[in-house]
Design a protein around this ligand. Structure first.
Ligand SMILES: CC(C)(COP(=O)(O)OP(=O)(O)OC[C@H]1O[C@@H](n2cnc3c(N)ncnc32)[C@H](O)[C@@H]1OP(=O)(O)O)[C@@H](O)C(=O)NCCC(=O)NCCS
Length: 160
């Protein structure tokens, strides 16, 4: 979301996608069965979104997907992030995914705590792999074991 791109290191993009890039990004998600995009709408505007996307492009990475989740600050703390994350977890459990990866700026303690609440664990840290706001950024990789989610929701898993 543009606000996070402009003001934070939650997103390491320098500029928002233009319309053509967004259309192609959405189409790619539509064409990949395990992937999805969800949006949260309030007062007729998009106030948050989450998605499951390629973790890395080569085909051998099909058992994993990367999640992204953003809620505008003025709508934070109202349960929107939780609903968006639940969609991610339900979709992952229905699909053939094995692992969800969250790649988070190491300074973003709130997001790391948020992901931990949903069963993500820290699996690694990559130093100085990013640069934004005139400083080096470290990346924390968190993973969520989708089979554990399936064991927690056997009815959901049965309907795959
Ligand atoms: C992280 C984020 C998605 C949370 O969304 P949210 O709508 O504020 O979260 P919710 O209101 O649904 O809260 C869900 C749970 O997470 C907890 N939580 C939310 N923000 C938190 C924070 N800053 N610190 C600790 N816990 C937090 C809540 O207490 C809640 O727990 P509960 O159900 O036990 O009460 C949102 O703050 C955000 O967009 N952050 C910036 C972007 C970002 O870092 N994205 C992740 C990178 S991919």
């Amino acid at each position: 979301m543009v606000w996070f791109i402009r003001h934070t290191t939650s997103s390491w993009r320098y500029r928002a996608m233009d319309l053509a890039e967004t259309a192609s990004w959405l189409q790619k998600h539509q064409d990949t069965p395990a992937h999805r995009v969800w949006v949260a709408v309030a007062q007729d505007r998009i106030v948050g979104y989450s998605c499951l996307s390629d973790f890395r492009a080569p085909e051998g990475y099909w058992p994993s997907a990367e999640n992204s989740i953003y809620v505008l600050p003025e709508y934070a703390g109202q349960g929107i992030g939780k609903q968006l994350m639940q969609r991610i977890l339900e979709q992952a459990a229905r699909s053939d995914l094995q692992t969800i990866v969250a790649a988070i700026d190491s300074g973003n303690a709130a997001s790391i705590r948020f992901h931990e609440q949903f069963g993500f664990v820290i699996s690694g840290q990559l130093p100085r792999v990013g640069w934004k706001q005139d400083r080096w950024l470290d990346l924390v990789l968190m993973t969520c074991d989708v089979n554990q989610l399936r064991r927690k929701a056997p009815e959901e898993a049965k309907s795959r």
